[in-house]
Design a protein. Structure first.
Length: 149
């Protein structure tokens, strides 16, 4: 991800995760939180409670002195540039191609509003396929209608 600045805490956590040989799914089992949420905390796109930060740091064998960095409010997003990392760019491309059709279908089914990214879950599943394994991304957000006043 050459166009995204990776925080030092993220680099530390990822190095510890690699050294321990644990996956995000392993951390999910230890912390009782979803693997995507844990990855978001590590990448500083979400903040943890002090208890969650302490559990994560312990699972990675790191000092709890780092907990304050994981409980701080994060600055979310990738920045204002088009991502160049191929995997992240594909999601950007998907929204460029299917964003307006997706918006239209959501409005048709729900009315004028948005899908919450706050009251939201995200899951990634692997579907085995003889023609090549498939990535299944499941976004589940609460519908929030625009209010009239």
């Amino acid at each position: 991800m050459t166009d995204v600045v990776i925080p030092a805490i993220t680099q530390t956590l990822l190095a510890a995760k690699s050294a321990k040989g644990v996956s995000f799914a392993d951390l999910e089992a230890k912390l009782g939180r979803d693997e995507i949420w844990i990855a978001a905390v590590i990448y500083r796109q979400a903040s943890a409670s002090l208890e969650e930060a302490t559990q994560l740091l312990a699972a990675l064998g790191l000092s709890t002195d780092l907990a304050h960095e994981l409980t701080a409010y994060p600055a979310k997003g990738l920045g204002s540039v088009v991502p160049t990392d191929p995997l992240i760019y594909r999601f950007y491309e998907i929204m460029q191609v299917y964003g307006m059709p997706l918006k239209e279908v959501i409005h048709e089914k729900f009315g004028d509003g948005i899908m919450s990214a706050i009251d939201f879950t995200l899951d990634v599943e692997k579907e085995v396929d003889p023609k090549g394994d498939r990535v299944k991304v499941i976004m589940n957000g609460k519908f929030l209608p625009y209010k009239k006043w």
